[in-house]
Design a protein around this ligand. Structure first.
Ligand code: GAL
Length: 665
């Protein structure tokens, strides 16, 4: 697999989306001069340029892009060149109305925004493929071309299309998966509610229906929709690999984006890239941002990823768009580098004068260079230039969280015991408690080998394949510690219940038997008392369970589950498996994870005040103050300031939102 050429790009990448087609030529020259001034060395070019590159079907105009490519190269700026297929021109929609996407209620969406295509449209596919071929032919061997940027944020606005072409593609996908209708009927449990299909024509997408649509069908539809859009990426990648085999390829992800199974997607690209837009007004965002960065690093373990987009300051698409406060943009940028990024990029270089994003911040704001944003991005450019050696350094994680898209989809299907168990909240219940201990976390798919981790957290593994059970059992038997959330081990890959008493396939590992679920109403809670007499609140869920081989470590104290186990610990081989029969409050999770960490021998690398994050990447230590107050942090001995080179003192003082980088000699 081609990688980003480190000999030619021996620095952290720094830059952003560059849209010169929105500006006259004289602005382009100024752009290159300003890019150099800000330390920009990499731009993503031409993402939304299709209508400029192909004004009429088959009639291409590359002259302007040739000039931009040459100019950037002359200025020493490398290019992440877009295939420009993200937003088809008006003529495609006019000529092929069926290329526009259709919603589950049968509405065909109109041209006039962006991403106006159905992933199942033959016309879109053919025209996109032709454009990619022409782009690749035109720019192969161009010295500015460093990477391909396939499409843009696939699925961002249209992640499912219920058109007739979509229905036909769904049937084909199902035929490949199941072979026969009998197999499909069995997998979907169609004896329920008279849903048996006797011919493939009777299978349609899960369009708006009188009530709950067959859940196994909904689950397959999610899998199919992710695969269908992935097919578009594969189509482009195949062309690019043929014409420019040495140029690495990426497409930009959107963190925990529910519609697309990025584990599968990441296999098809050379470099993982991510767009992250934390809300600067929310104190909750640093942990969430850290979590998505850890996810990005986890897709290709050991290989750096790239922060492809973030806002220099405010975005335009929230109801209220706060600017990033002084220091916040730097903190979020360094957070990415700390968690394994190969560089830091923005949307976008120059703030648009027209269009829907004219109030979105940019490196060059409407007000020009004499602005706080410009000063902060230029200063960051200069700082990153001093951190180039870090670009390939690995990030070590001793803890992992088990996560998969198919489980997310299945867990949030309708008609469950409660609608209040949500995957992101359940992930955060673990992640935040590890984050506040400055413990870095990898995300692993169920069934993946867990050797090398000390602690593995399993938030709501509702859909449990037997290979996931085997991997967990192996890990714990060999001395690992696992913590498992409620509503795990419930169904197989077709959403069919594992019979024999919950959580059937996990009963040996967890040593519990659950008779009944007792979810709670909003505002309702129970209390959970630990053996050492701590008391916590629990919400959302309670299991009515008994221990078979596990020991209870905390009991419910209210209602008819009083004195029943709420949290258990089971010795299994050389390790331990904890089970949570409820959703504990933050203090309760802290308590459980402290015990589990103790069993696992997992210690925090460094203590920091609340809101201050410390992350090691190789020999570099990043200390990020995400609070609006000054903070003091005790540092390990023997460090130097990575930017000034001066020896660091034992205590580091950080101003509001200030970040520092240190290095072990
Ligand atoms: C991203 C997108 C960019 C821009 C940005 C604004 O989702 O890739 O093109 O629209 O959001 O925040």
């Amino acid at each position: 697999m081609p990688t980003l050429d480190c000999a030619h790009l021996p620095f952290l990448l720094y830059g952003g989306d560059y849209n010169p087609d929105q500006w006259p030529r004289d602005v382009w020259r100024e752009d290159v001069a300003l890019m150099r001034e800000a330390g920009v060395n990499f731009v993503s070019l031409g993402i939304f340029s299709w209508s400029k590159l192909e004004p009429r079907p088959g009639d291409f105009d590359f002259a302007w892009l040739d000039d931009v490519m040459d100019m950037l190269h002359a200025g020493g700026i490398a290019v992440d060149l877009a295939t420009a297929t993200a937003s088809p021109p008006a003529w495609l929609a006019k000529q092929y109305p069926e290329s526009l996407p259709v919603t589950s209620t049968g509405v065909r969406l109109a041209f006039g925004a962006r991403q106006g295509y159905s992933p199942h449209s033959q016309a879109y596919r053919e025209h996109a493929a032709r454009l990619v071929e022409r782009m690749a032919d035109r720019y192969k061997g161009h010295p500015a071309l460093a990477m391909w940027h396939v499409n843009n944020e696939y699925g961002c606005h249209v992640s499912e299309c219920f058109s007739d072409a979509g229905a036909a593609a769904f049937r084909l996908w199902l035929q490949r998966k199941y072979g026969t209708l009998d197999a499909l009927n069995h997998a979907w449990g169609t004896s329920f509610w008279s849903q048996i299909r006797y011919s493939w024509d009777e299978v349609d997408p899960p369009r708006a229906a009188p009530t709950f649509v067959n859940p196994a069908m909904q689950l397959d539809w999610k899998r199919f929709s992710s695969d269908a859009i992935l097919e578009l990426m594969h189509m482009e990648v195949a062309i690019l690999r043929r014409v420019t085999p040495d140029v690495p390829i990426t497409t930009n992800f959107m963190g925990f984006f529910k519609p697309l199974d990025y584990f599968k997607w990441a296999e098809g690209e050379d470099l993982v890239s991510e767009d992250a837009y934390p809300d600067p007004s929310s104190a909750d965002e640093p942990a969430h941002n850290a979590m998505r960065f850890d996810l990005m690093r986890s897709f290709k373990r050991g290989v750096p990823w790239l922060l492809m987009e973030q806002a220099p300051s405010a975005v335009n698409w929230r109801p209220r768009n706060s600017p990033k406060r002084p220091g916040q943009m730097r903190a979020f940028s360094l957070q990415a580098v700390a968690r394994g990024a190969r560089g830091v990029m923005f949307f976008q270089w120059r703030q648009s004068a027209a269009g829907s994003e004219k109030f979105h911040s940019a490196l060059v704001p409407h007000a020009g260079r004499d602005t706080r944003v410009w000063r902060e991005v230029s200063a960051l450019g200069a700082d990153l230039a001093k951190l180039g050696d870090i670009r390939e350094a690995p990030v070590r994680a001793d803890a992992a969280i088990v996560f998969s898209w198919e489980n997310w989809w299945a867990m949030e299907l309708d008609s469950h015991p409660t609608a209040d168990l949500k995957m992101l909240g359940q992930l955060r219940a673990y992640y935040d408690r590890l984050y506040e201990q400055n413990l870095t976390v990898d995300f692993v798919q169920p069934g993946q080998d867990l050797a090398g981790y000390k602690l593995v957290c399993v938030p709501n593994l509702y859909l449990t394949r037997l290979e996931a059970v085997a991997a967990l059992e192996r890990f714990v038997a060999q001395g690992g510690v696992a913590v498992v959330s409620p509503f795990s081990g419930i169904v197989d890959e077709n959403d069919r219940v594992h019979l024999g008493g919950y959580p059937a396939p996990l009963r040996a590992l967890l040593g519990v038997r659950i008779e009944e679920f007792a979810p709670l109403q909003p505002g309702e809670g129970n209390r959970v008392a630990t053996r050492d007499e701590e008391l916590f609140t629990s919400r959302v869920w309670s299991d009515v369970m008994e221990c078979t081989t596990a020991q209870p470590v905390a009991m419910f104290t209210e209602d008819y589950v009083t004195q029943r186990p709420a949290v258990t610990r089971n010795a299994f081989g050389a390790g331990y498996a904890y089970y949570l029969g409820t959703c504990l409050d933050a203090d309760g999770m802290r308590w459980v994870l402290a015990r589990a960490r103790h069993d696992a021998g997992l210690v925090s690398p460094m203590a920091t005040p609340a809101g201050v994050e410390a992350v090691w990447r190789g020999d570099w230590l990043f200390v990020l103050n995400h609070t609006r107050d000054a903070q003091r942090v005790a540092l390990p001995a023997g460090l130097r300031d990575a930017l000034s080179g001066a020896p660091a003192s034992a205590l580091a003082d950080l101003g509001p939102n200030e970040s520092r980088v240190f290095r072990r000699p």
